[in-house]
Design a protein around this ligand. Structure first.
Ligand SMILES: Cc1ncc(COP(=O)(O)O)c(C=O)c1O
Length: 391
């Protein structure tokens, strides 16, 4: 007899990146073109050398191996506030921050503090698959807003407003979006926070890819931290994995009302205790030294984005670039009748391209694929185009 495992979890899709990468096992190395890996979004460059040597030195210090306070070391959180002040021209206070094991854990903390099983969270499609998997595992109903291919991946305020019910606890947005790459303009975010305030829900905004926004170093992604009483209705989910190219260190933060953080620390304590110190030390170094490095990498990402859009602008045999930006291209594949999974498999078998199927990002998205173009060099975009044309 099968083990009696929580049914909510059984019904959740398996991790899509693991599934897609498992297809590689059957791929014969001799027949294969070198892989173009557009699957899991991971910057293809190493962390800045100064950050690596800083951590190397820290590993000689026995203090690095100890727990920190649950919310993170006070001076790391203070330095993070300064980083926000520089990049957002406004900042949370240190006691409005809990350092977490990536943005993934920050999202779980937010969801558990704000929702109970049976509640609803509004989720425009396509949505980041791990958010959907977390909501479904916990028994929160994602209240989907269908994808409008003409929207360039931007949310529709009226459609969001219509979805609010007495069970709605939050509106969940990702900007820049995974998977469409779309960045929500600052003014629209203001309106969305106004709506959240007016309707007593919370805007949860995941900004994992913020540093790749055009001109991040000079113009803030939004001014929500200045908004009157922002902390009552706004929760910011941060990841520094892509920012400082240290996805494996698992470095994120939950930022919100002190009251929310106090409650989140109960879960933090029982779940992980704290973000590991090496991640905190890397974050602190990054906040203090790497503004210029971030700017350089953002420019590289913009060149990659320009190159990928140029490829699609001149047409690629029925593939349509529906939305794009920052790290991702959201592409409609030409094979009517094939699911995204079947299309992705075909691209791997015939073109050595590995990418994610649209349906991983929510129901009804079989015609789409997500290409994490941020993984590859500008010079490889033409190769991508040639391979897509050759399928
Ligand atoms: C939108 C979004 N949120 C969160 C994460 C997870 O970030 P972390 O590695 O910091 O947990 C990712 C990773 O790809 C992401 O795309």
């Amino acid at each position: 007899m099968a083990m009696n495992i929580n049914k909510l979890i059984r019904q959740v899709q398996p991790p899509p990146i693991t599934e897609v990468k498992s297809w590689l096992a059957g791929r014969s190395a001799s027949a294969a073109l070198p892989l173009l890996d557009l699957c899991q979004a991971v910057p293809n460059y190493p962390p800045e050398p100064g950050l690596i040597s800083h951590l190397q030195k820290a590993l000689d210090d026995p203090a690095t191996y100890r727990y920190s306070p649950d919310e993170g070391l006070p001076d790391v959180r203070t330095d993070l506030c300064h980083w926000y002040q520089r990049h957002y021209q406004s900042a949370p206070q240190p006691d409005q921050i809990c350092l977490t094991i990536g943005a993934s854990q920050a999202f779980w903390l937010a969801m558990m503090c704000l929702c109970q099983p049976g509640d609803e969270v509004i989720v425009p499609l396509p949505a980041y698959f791990d958010h959907l998997m977390a909501l479904q595992s916990y028994g929160v109903k994602p209240s989907y807003i269908p994808f409008d291919p003409d929207s360039s991946g931007l949310p529709d305020l009226a459609a969001i407003e219509q979805k609010i019910t007495p069970r709605t606890r939050a509106l969940l947005l990702v900007s820049p979006s995974n998977p469409t790459g779309a960045t929500i303009p600052s003014q629209q975010l203001e309106q969305l926070l106004d709506l959240a305030q007016a309707r007593s829900i919370v805007l949860i905004l995941d900004e994992t890819y913020n540093c790749f926004i055009n001109d991040f170093s000079n113009s803030p992604p939004h001014q929500l931290f200045r908004h009157n009483n922002w902390q009552q209705h706004f929760v910011h989910v941060a990841s520094f994995g892509k920012t400082f190219a240290l996805t494996g260190l698992r470095c994120g933060a939950l930022i919100g009302a002190m009251e929310l953080i106090e409650q989140a620390l109960k879960i933090q304590d029982s779940m992980v205790v704290c973000q590991p110190r090496p991640a905190q030390l890397a974050l602190q170094y990054g906040c203090g030294h790497l503004d210029g490095w971030i700017e350089e990498k953002a420019q590289i990402m913009q060149q990659r984005h320009a190159a990928v859009t140029a490829c699609f602008d001149t047409g690629i045999k029925g593939f349509e670039l529906t939305a794009s930006g920052s790290f991702f291209a959201w592409v409609k594949h030409p094979w009517v009748g094939l699911s995204g999974r079947q299309a992705a498999r075909k691209l791997l078998d015939k073109a050595g391209i590995i990418c994610l199927p649209g349906e991983a990002f929510g129901p009804g998205l079989e015609p789409y694929l997500r290409l994490a173009f941020g993984n590859i060099e500008t010079g490889q975009m033409n190769e991508l185009k040639l391979r897509l044309e050759g399928v």
